[in-house]
Design a protein around this ligand. Structure first.
Ligand code: ATP
Ligand code: SF4
Ligand code: MG
Length: 348
């Protein structure tokens, strides 16, 4: 984790990002009957050298945001500015150049590495698309350097993925993400498939690489406890939107959105006494389908505080009026008409 350089121009600026997948009926004559609103209006910035954690339950749109950031998918609407330039409008050579700078590290180290390719070929694969990044005769040396950087023996270059543990495979995935020397890494649940003991090692590796290579991270997870130790800021997503965002201490110690409070009430607390004192908030019902998003506040069908106003009015992601006058840690954006500060996790 490095201190945020919030005063400089953001390296990434995401505005009004939307991804709707059409729902169709019929085989020959396809008729659109609705849409899966996977991402439904997301705004955030990422400063150089900063880590933004994006957290939310399964299906809330995290991976869809990640794929759009890396230009693997085009948004339905909205813009993604990389150093001021809207990458959603680029094509051809300009798009290729930007793609090099924003690389993805995937969730599952068991399925994201081709089992028939050697580790050397996997890590060096990005050089096939961007040969300018490494001259042909120099590739093997570069790949071995990358293995060393992620804490693996450079002699492993001719081995296959099945010869490695889950943690080692994720290191291979990270080495591949670094091959083109990107400025931004979008890590989509990079430790979710790993044992708890290995998770910490991979997170420490990512933190070390961040300062070594001056990287900016978007770090996605479904569990708030995982992003805490690496994020400068956190954005909490629900059903395709960000519902609360702030610096990590603001979110963990001064959450004001009921959904964030519910998520926090489920994070593991190591101290047994503190665990006893903690209030558990159990959300009723399932997450609504992204094809049928509730009116007003999209969280209202599961919110214990919901009132008539929540059915009618969409809450904006802004500093709630009650906290606006104060400049304390509760004064951060929260999309709730009735935002209230509530400490859920005991102080560390
Ligand atoms: N290509 C697609 N076509 C239709 N719907 C899609 C497509 N990709 C994703 N979705 C839907 O969009 C929603 C968001 O999916 P996404 O994978 O972004 O969620 P997620 O937050 O990454 O979830 P998880 O934690 O399970 O990885 C889900 O309802 C998913 O089913
Ligand atoms: S706006 Fe209403 S329904 Fe939505 S989180 Fe706040 S209290 Fe709950
Ligand atoms: Mg996902």
């Amino acid at each position: 984790m490095t201190p945020a350089t919030a005063t400089t121009e953001p390296i990434l600026e995401v505005t009004g990002l939307v991804k709707h997948y059409p729902l169709t009926r019929g085989i020959l004559f396809k008729k659109q009957i609705g849409a899966v609103k996977a991402v439904d209006g997301v705004d955030f910035t990422l400063a150089k050298g900063e880590t933004l954690g994006i957290v939310g339950e399964s299906g809330c749109g995290k991976s869809t945001v990640a794929r759009m950031l890396c230009n693997l998918e085009r948004p339905t609407a909205g813009s993604i500015r990389f150093k001021g330039e809207d990458i959603t409008k680029l094509s051809g050579r300009a798009l290729k150049a930007v793609r090099r700078n924003i690389q993805m590290v995937f969730q599952d180290p068991y399925t994201s590495l081709n089992p028939r390719m050697t580790v050397g070929d996997i890590i060096g694969e990005p050089y096939d698309i961007h040969p300018e990044a490494a001259p042909k005769g120099d590739r093997r040396r570069r790949v071995q350097e990358l293995l060393d950087v992620v804490g693996l023996d450079p002699e492993y270059v001719n081995r296959y993925p099945h010869q490695f543990s889950g943690g080692q495979r994720q290191r291979i995935g990270i080495a591949r993400g670094l091959a083109l020397r990107p400025e931004v890494i979008v890590a989509d649940e990079p430790v979710s498939a790993l044992d708890v003991s290995v998770q910490a090692q991979v997170i420490n590796l990512l933190a070390r690489l961040q300062s070594e290579f001056d990287l900016s991270y978007v770090f996605i997870a479904h569990d708030l406890s995982i992003v805490r130790h690496i994020s400068d800021r956190v954005a909490v997503m629900y059903l395709g939107r960000i519902v609360e965002t702030g610096r990590d201490a603001e979110i963990y110690d001064h959450p004001t959105h009921p959904y964030t409070q519910a998520l926090l009430s489920a994070v593991p607390v190591p101290d047994p006494e503190a665990r006893e004192q903690r209030e558990r908030i159990i959300l009723s019902g399932d997450v609504p389908s992204p094809t049928n998003i509730p009116s007003g506040c999209r969280f209202r069908t599961r919110c214990w505080k919901a009132q008539e106003r929540c059915v009618r009015e969409v809450p904006a992601l802004a500093v709630p009026a009650v906290f606006r006058a104060a400049s304390g840690p509760a004064a951060h954006p929260s999309a709730c008409h009735f935002a209230e500060e509530k400490r859920v996790v005991p102080a560390e």
